[in-house]
Design a protein. Structure first.
Length: 513
């Protein structure tokens, strides 16, 4: 057997979550090896939605510029009953969300994966090995080992300091770590049909749910030039009878989608579930993405949740690998992400219970409750996702664990989104001056070693707040200074700019704990 290929982190699985994690680590100069069992990328659509937070994460990964022309913005998301009455209505008519991107973007997953693959392979410290099916993993006090098997029988050994299983719902890593799965028991079979119309049609709204007990149906964008329908399997209906071309075309016919005006790209029956693994860390092995959690698609948060995992884990692995934080920091990955994911799963299941009703009497009772409430509420802004769980945050800070704002700024003659103009990572921000000037020499040096930076963001400041987003955020937060983490969550806030030193000191203590 050949000597093991050595690296900092071995990633099992090269879907969007594994790709993103490889990029975020590779951008930090970490040596990454990715093992993917399939020789070629999966060519057909699967995930179709990401939100403003994930757009910012992809921006930081150097992928949004290439992807921006391949997304379709979705402003309104409606839920209607069989009579066309609105049960739920979410969205915003105009403008960007908190992260400086549209609230919702629709895309084609193979295109996203091509862009992420190009970005990953452009990084000199990232190695992608396809046709490598992992058959064994181990760990000891100093690192992990993985062994993969190629289709020609060649064995590929890897040695790394840490390993991450991003290998999907049928994960090899999850059971190998002895993790258990908590299943909410909410499971329904749906036929997913992806269509490419011959001509562009206007859909209003672009995304909606038909909550008709005769056939609950999802109608959403699949990215520019694509549409997706999802049809729930009815009681007594055989999966084999549902999952064929003729059935797909029959179910599409009421929407004037036919073989002569559209192409059937894919159809497949999926079982939508709500479940998660516990724990997400066992020593030097960790789980992320669908290997760690699954949820119904109705909130559009499945892939988003996996990408949040990658953003959270990447900076923590980097800090530990660089000896800027203790190994215990990795315990905060699960404590922060798992409660957040459980809340998102609960929300997704709650939405599923609105639509997954095939009994007319039950649907009528639902409509009696929801139709008047929807009329009274009108268009609701999307509910903000909950804060992430306890972990690496400043104590007693009201905004800790929530997303920080990104808006358009101008600095030194350059104009654009904050991360592109000023930069990401750990960032101290204040509307009252440069908070970095309030750090003592020791904290300033240690903060700089973390790649930290500071910015005075104001209407007439060195970093001009062009959209007013920072002024609004600080006013609403009653804060004079904020410290952003590399995953764009707030480490903490303080009422005065002079408190910047205490904020940075608290961060350094957390990392060293």
């Amino acid at each position: 057997m050949t000597d093991p290929l050595a690296c900092d982190v071995v990633i099992v699985g090269y879907g969007p979550v594994g790709q993103l994690l490889a990029i975020l680590l590779g951008q930090r100069g970490r040596r990454v090896v990715v093992l993917e069992r399939w020789p070629e990328p999966y060519p057909l659509p699967r995930a179709v939605h990401f939100d403003h937070e994930i757009a910012r994460v992809l921006q930081g990964a150097g992928a949004m510029e290439a992807l921006e022309g391949s997304i379709e913005t979705a402003s309104i998301y409606e839920w209607r009953n069989a009579a066309g009455e609105i049960l739920l209505r979410f969205g915003r008519e105009t403008g960007s969300a908190l992260s400086g991107w549209p609230e919702s973007s629709m895309f084609c997953q193979p295109e996203l994966e091509r862009i992420l693959d190009r970005r990953a392979r452009s990084l000199p410290t990232v190695t992608v090995l396809r046709d490598c099916d992992v058959v064994a993993i181990e760990q000891d006090a100093t690192g992990v080992a993985a062994e993969a098997l190629r289709s020609d029988g060649e064995r590929v050994p890897i040695r790394a300091r840490y390993g991450v299983g991003c290998d999907g719902a049928n994960s090899f890593v999850l059971p190998a770590l002895g993790a258990t799965v908590v299943d909410l028991g909410f499971a329904f079979d749906w036929l997913v049909v992806d269509v490419i119309p011959n001509q562009r049609r206007r859909w209003d709204p672009i995304n909606w749910q038909l909550c008709d007990p005769a056939r609950p149906t999802t109608l959403v964008s699949g990215g520019p030039g694509r549409r997706r329908w999802e049809f729930m399997r009815l009681p007594g209906e055989r999966i084999e009878a549902l999952n064929d071309d003729a059935t797909a075309w029959r179910l599409l016919a009421p929407w004037d989608v036919r073989p002569d005006n559209a192409r059937l790209e894919r159809h497949a029956v999926y079982t939508f579930r709500g479940r998660w693994a516990e724990p997400w860390r066992r020593g030097r092995w960790l789980l992320a993405g669908d290997a760690a959690h699954l949820m119904p698609p109705f909130a559009g948060q499945g892939m988003c949740s996996g990408m949040r995992d990658a953003a959270n884990l990447a900076w923590k692995l980097d800090a530990v690998l660089g000896r800027l934080a203790s190994d215990a920091l990795l315990d905060t990955y699960t404590s922060e992400r798992l409660p957040h994911v459980r809340a998102v799963i609960d929300f997704s299941v709650a939405l599923g219970k609105v639509i997954c009703i095939a009994d007319p009497e039950e649907a009528a009772a639902r409509d009696r409750d929801l139709v008047p409430a929807a009329r009274a509420a009108g268009l609701r802004s999307p509910a903000p996702l909950p804060p992430i769980g306890p972990g690496c945050f400043a104590a007693a800070s009201a905004r800790a664990g929530t997303l920080f704002v990104q808006d358009r700024v101008r600095c030194a003659g350059r104009e654009g989104r904050f991360d592109d103009v000023v930069g990401g990572g750990f960032v101290l921000v204040s509307p009252h001056g440069d908070p970095g000037r309030h750090l003592d020499a020791t904290n300033a040096a240690r903060f700089a070693a973390l790649g930290g930076r500071s910015a005075h963001v104001a209407g007439d400041g060195p970093v001009a707040d062009l959209g007013g987003g920072y002024a609004r955020w600080f006013e609403a937060s009653a804060a004079g200074v904020a410290l952003q983490r590399p995953d764009f969550y707030v480490f903490g806030t303080a009422p005065r700019i002079e408190d910047a030193n205490a904020l940075v000191g608290a961060l350094l203590e957390q990392l060293a704990a």
